[in-house]
Design a protein around this ligand. Structure first.
Ligand code: UD1
Ligand code: CA
Length: 458
């Protein structure tokens, strides 16, 4: 890569049409801010510096971005794209190229950016695209020989110029040494009274600097100005994630019904049914199957495990060959060993569960250490909270917990113990024994149920 590459990301605009207090470039796409996609693409070029020009929304932009390797300059007021780039001038390394990106154009591809700077040297490179509906964009004006003469903004364009289908994406690479001179010459004598960066084209030509173009795919240069456009870009982005997964061998029941808001890494022969959402960092090992309507966040799932429909997993590590759900809720700091079964309406929080253990129906396991081959009956609850603090429940290997058991923590159930159904366990249950803690069943001989009064009997 050329030395001394500067990247400047323009992000000072208001984005009025978003109707949001959150600055436009911080709106999420695929679970991360629009501008973070741009920064990630820029980083692939290994630039000497990345400078973000912000303005609208105050300090929210610099505050919410990880600042390592980024510099920020405030543009106040916002007097146009040329004025925006001028604010960044003092932060730029003098040699090489300056690549201008837009914080609200998030799908820009790495290869396209690499092509923009590949020419290097003393030239102006514009990223353009051919659009069937060019309305709203600046148009690329060429002479009869096909050379670029200027960029004309829609609001300044003649009827003929508006007919031009080649548009300016706004992304361009400029020779840094020329910038100061060119930007000083920009004026705001135009329909919008703005300092247009696009006016550097005639200045470059006057300086005998070559003006080149790189053609982008239509989707790459799409910007976000409204919630509708944000939703359109989200679908394009999710479509790309689906393609990437299928290319890696993942079977998707429907590529149009999966959302990846973060990173999803899959092993071989993973199958994902419809309407699943993956957030944060999710890893699915070989042969994992995810049923319909599951949400997995920051989770690792071991090989051969099946997550049945309508299951929520958040912040958990699940071992090999487990069966989870349907309708299970696995919460943060949960560790499941291999061959664990967690069934319907079972909630597990901050607990380790050993190999081969089962909680198949209607249970709450929180702040617990559960051993191997334990059977937790339906309706079992670890009463971990006393209103002030959380306490731990320990259930050792080979324990059988009868249905509807309350385990009042802190409490220990020793190895091989059996707890009778309906027990409320408040003290240690000894190893290998049956412990029952419930009122004894009594039968009252001769008891008669009171009779209903019959009308007119009184
Ligand atoms: C600009 C281009 C136009 C191009 C279009 C592509 C100019 C004069 N026009 O027009 O040729 O087709 O983008 O979308 O460059 N920004 C600032 N400070 C400002 C003004 C803008 O940081 O003072 C930022 C915005 O946040 C945005 C980008 O620059 O990220 C483009 O601004 P926008 O107002 O959308 O430019 P357009 O008028 O659409
Ligand atoms: Ca725009």
């Amino acid at each position: 890569m050329p030395s001394g590459l500067n990247v400047v990301i323009l992000a000072a605009g208001q984005g009025k049409r978003m109707r949001s207090r959150v600055p436009k470039v911080l709106q999420p796409l695929g679970g991360k801010a629009l501008i973070e996609h741009v920064i990630a693409a820029a980083r692939t070029l290994k630039p000497a510096s990345i400078c973000v020009v912000y303005g609208h929304g105050g300090e929210q932009v610099p505050q919410s971005l990880r600042t390592d390797g980024l510099t920020f300059v405030k543009q106040q007021p916002q007097l146009g794209t040329g004025h925006a780039l001028a604010q960044a001038l003092p932060r730029l390394e003098a040699a090489g190229l300056t690549l201008v990106l837009y914080g609200d154009v998030p799908l820009i591809g790495e290869e396209t950016l690499a092509a923009m700077i590949a020419g290097g040297g003393d030239r102006l490179t514009l990223l353009t695209a051919e659009l069937d509906e060019p309305a709203g964009y600046g148009r690329i004006v060429r002479n009869r020989r096909g050379s670029i003469t200027s960029i004309v903004e829609e609001k300044d364009a003649s009827a003929t110029e508006r007919g031009i289908r080649e548009i300016n994406s706004g992304i361009m690479a400029l020779p840094t040494a020329r910038l100061e001179g060119w930007l000083a010459k920009l004026t705001n004598r135009n329909a919008q009274r703005e300092y247009y960066l696009t006016d550097v084209v005639p200045l470059a030509l006057a300086d005998k600097v070559a003006v080149a173009t790189v053609k982008a795919a239509q989707w790459e240069i799409l910007g976000v100005n409204s919630k509708q456009q944000l939703a359109q870009l989200e679908r394009i982005y999710q479509g790309q994630q689906a393609v990437r997964l299928m290319e890696a061998g993942v079977t998707l029941a429907d590529p149009a019904r999966i959302d990846v808001r973060g990173s999803l890494v899959c092993g071989a022969d993973v199958r994902i049914d419809v309407n699943c959402v993956f957030e944060g960092e999710v890893r699915l090992a070989d042969r994992v199957e995810i049923g319909a309507n599951c949400v997995l966040k920051d989770a690792a799932v071991g090989p051969g495990t099946r997550i049945e429909p309508f299951t929520s997993v958040d912040g958990a590590k699940i071992g090999a060959n487990c069966r989870i759900g349907p309708y299970a809720r696995i919460r943060p700091e949960t560790r499941l060993a291999e061959e664990v079964h967690i069934g319907n309406f079972v909630e597990v929080k901050a607990s380790e569960i050993g190999a081969g253990s089962k909680a198949n129906h209607l249970a709450y396991i929180g702040d617990a250490a559960v051993g191997r081959d334990v059977n937790v009956g339906a309706g079992t609850i670890t009463c971990n909270y006393d209103g002030g603090a959380k306490h731990r429940t320990v259930i050792e290997d080979d324990v059988f917990i009868g249905s509807d058991t309350m385990l009042v923590a802190p409490v220990i159930v020793r190895r091989g113990a059996t707890i009778g159904a309906g027990s409320t366990i408040t003290k240690e249950a000894p190893a290998g024994e049956l412990t029952v803690a419930r009122a004894k069943q009594v039968t009252v001989p001769g008891w008669k149920r009171p009779k209903k009064a019959v009308k007119g009997d009184e």
